[in-house]
Design a protein around this ligand. Sequence first.
Ligand SMILES: *[C@@H]1O[C@H](CO)[C@@H](O)[C@H](O)[C@H]1NC(C)=O
Ligand SMILES: *[C@@H]1O[C@H](CO)[C@@H](O)[C@H](O)[C@H]1NC(C)=O
Ligand SMILES: *[C@@H]1O[C@H](CO)[C@@H](O)[C@H](O)[C@H]1NC(C)=O
Ligand SMILES: *[C@@H]1O[C@H](CO)[C@@H](O)[C@H](O)[C@H]1NC(C)=O
Ligand SMILES: *[C@@H]1O[C@H](CO)[C@@H](O)[C@H](O)[C@H]1NC(C)=O
Length: 271
Amino acid sequence: MRVDPGFHFWTLLLLFGNILMEQVSGQSSNSNSDDLVCLQSFKAGVVDSSNSLSTWSGPDFPCNTTGITCSSGRVYDLDFSKRGFTGSISPNLSYCGNLNSLDLSSNQISGNIPPELGQLRNLATLKLSENDLDGSIPEEISNCTFLNSIDLHNNQLSGQIPQSLALLTRLVTFDVSNNQLSGPIPSGLANSSNGSPRFNASSFEGNNLYGYPLPPAKSHNLPVLAIVGIGLGSGLLSLCLSFTAVCIWLRVTEQRLAAEEGKISQLVPEY
Ligand SMILES: *[C@@H]1O[C@H](CO)[C@@H](O)[C@H](O)[C@H]1NC(C)=O
Ligand SMILES: *[C@@H]1O[C@H](CO)[C@@H](O)[C@H](O)[C@H]1NC(C)=O
Ligand SMILES: *[C@@H]1O[C@H](CO)[C@@H](O)[C@H](O)[C@H]1NC(C)=O
Ligand SMILES: *[C@@H]1O[C@H](CO)[C@@H](O)[C@H](O)[C@H]1NC(C)=O
Ligand SMILES: *[C@@H]1O[C@H](CO)[C@@H](O)[C@H](O)[C@H]1NC(C)=O
């Protein structure tokens, strides 16, 4: 079998070119390109006024830099608690496909929780508490089947708690207290299959939520009583009014008749 000498030449040139490119770009050959998209987008999304992320460069990036922990060369843990970040959470965090833990707690990050986080199939810890996040809790999060901790307390989240979150069987920590959530508490989050409470009231308080383990909806039973009360009250009142009217009419008619009778008796002498 004859091998074209040109083939060897082009293969070698390609290989050499690749090595050269890696040297120039300063990125270690084993850093994952999806992880790099994830981290660069994350950095672009937040406003880092204290320059925590200025160390995000050089040959060690990403695995040995501020806030990033790797496992088997992939980004595994992102911890940026209390960094003074503002800005928003990039939906491209979904590119960190091996991410196990995301902690952005105690910053001033605003905007919504990207539904794309639902693509992080290995995510076990989601900690976004004490920020300015608004919008609803994306139901896509329930696709992260390994989640054992969701902490979203002290934000501005609104809407209902997605029913599907109850499907996260590994969940041992769940805290959505002090947001603007409303509606019923999904029964699957409140009660476990054996009937004992799964998460207690402290996980839900400081919202407009109702149902076990919080008190039932007040705004449902009270109006019914109020409507019955108003109905009965106005019925009785109109009955009294019409009765009085009839009484007065009878009295007036009676007096007029009596008066006329008197006139007649004056005109016609009695025999
Ligand atoms: C997310 O990544 C894609 C692909 O690399 C890129 O085109 C896009 O600009 C990124 N979006 C954000 C918000 O960073
Ligand atoms: C991270 O730093 C440690 C020690 O400083 C070193 O042993 C390790 O190889 C570094 N890891 C990477 C991915 O650069
Ligand atoms: C969850 O993942 C499944 C398949 O992996 C997909 O069909 C579904 O749309 C996802 N659900 C949500 C709410 O993102
Ligand atoms: C949860 O369990 C308690 C006590 O076991 C029960 O009183 C309550 O009705 C249950 N709530 C729901 C929503 O299933
Ligand atoms: C509610 O649960 C949390 C942890 O799950 C626990 O620390 C707390 O003491 C419980 N509160 C009550 C009133 O049971």
